[in-house]
Design a protein around this ligand. Structure first.
Ligand SMILES: CC(C)(COP(=O)(O)OP(=O)(O)OC[C@H]1O[C@@H](n2cnc3c(N)ncnc32)[C@H](O)[C@@H]1OP(=O)(O)O)[C@@H](O)C(=O)NCCC(=O)NCCS
Length: 296
């Protein structure tokens, strides 16, 4: 794996050739550290591409340094895209490439008159939470316990495979504002100033659960997570497990009680501190009216 950054301008384009899908296979192994069994089989990759799924690659010269794969799906009888994989090679991260791959996916979907893309991600991954909620503007009302089973061969799937199922309302005002990078954090940060988190990043980095019934009576709930769960998993797997169980409890209780996940703010209490989800009482359809119209 190269430890250097871009050698030339990065281009994003559709993956067409068999050899390009083969490069995806190698990148999957590199990014997730998966065994052969958990890699997307080439036969399936070719078939999905031929049948209209969207395979996008980010290239530095001839080298594949990132990709995004989304297939067509149905939700409430409407066509949507489900983005199954997004990856950027380590040395190319934190330079907006993941974001640009999502923008390219959005463009392809809108050209097909698809109004929504869904995907899942591990809610303990602070970086993914920031990309998904803060930069892209997704919302979520669904938490899946052990989505891919208790574990897979991936190094990223050791601490169970719980996922938030997120919805990206492509043409909504919310998403358009996010993509224009309009300021939206003031409201969220004000809300956080007075909120007792349902799971709190306690001294020493442990998760502290607070009073559930008090939290459910409020209009907003906050759930904190560590800023780097990968580091916690390596140093202290038992502590990472504690974080999984505490946040699973908080999300499932809050969503079952009629909240949805609206925002994620990172490092609200200094650089080494936690990031925090904000859940609001109500439905995502009320919050993002275009989600309702997408199904009309
Ligand atoms: C998730 C992934 C695709 C993101 O790619 P990327 O090119 O780094 O993404 P971007 O640069 O567009 O955005 C990353 C953002 O997270 C921020 N970030 C980095 N570390 C962070 C952390 N620990 N907590 C919060 N935010 C963090 C970056 O600063 C950047 O935000 P900014 O542009 O506002 O500064 C990449 O990290 C990856 O391949 N991860 C492994 C596979 C994976 O998890 N795939 C997605 C689920 S299928």
């Amino acid at each position: 794996m190269p430890e250097t950054g871009p050698k030339s301008a990065i281009t994003i384009r559709d993956l067409k050739a068999f050899s390009e899908l083969k490069m995806v296979e190698a990148l999957e192994k590199e990014v997730w550290g998966v065994s052969d069994l958990d890699v997307i089989p080439m036969t399936l990759a070719v078939a999905t591409r031929e049948a209209g799924s969207i395979w996008l690659g980010a290239f530095d010269g001839r080298e594949l340094v990132g990709f995004a794969f989304a297939f067509l799906g149905l939700e409430s009888n409407s066509l949507m895209l489900h983005s199954h994989m997004l990856a950027v090679r380590q040395a190319y991260r934190d330079s907006d490439l993941g974001y640009k791959l999502k923008l390219a996916q959005r463009e392809r979907a809108l050209a097909l008159r698809i109004r929504e893309i869904t995907w899942t991600f591990d809610p303990l991954q602070s970086k993914n939470a920031h990309l998904n909620f803060d930069k892209l503007g997704v919302v979520s009302s669904s938490y899946k316990v052990d989505f891919y089973g208790p574990e897979t061969s991936s190094v990223l799937h050791r601490n169970s495979t719980d996922r938030l199922w997120v919805r990206w309302p492509l043409a909504s005002r919310r998403v358009q504002d996010r993509l224009q990078r309009k300021e939206h954090r003031t409201h969220a940060l004000e809300a956080l100033a007075t909120l007792v988190p349902l799971v709190r990043f306690h001294a020493g980095g442990t998760p502290e659960r607070t009073d559930l019934s008090a939290a459910l009576k409020r209009q907003r709930i906050a759930i904190e997570i560590p800023s780097d769960i990968g580091d916690v998993e390596q140093r202290d797997p038992a502590l990472a497990r504690e974080w999984r169980l505490a946040t699973r409890w908080a999300f499932t209780e809050a969503l079952a009680a009629g909240f949805f996940v609206a925002e994620f703010c990172r490092t609200v209490r200094g650089k080494q501190g936690p990031g925090v989800y904000i859940l609001e009482k109500g439905t995502i359809e009320e919050y993002v009216p275009e989600l309702q119209r997408a199904w009309a």
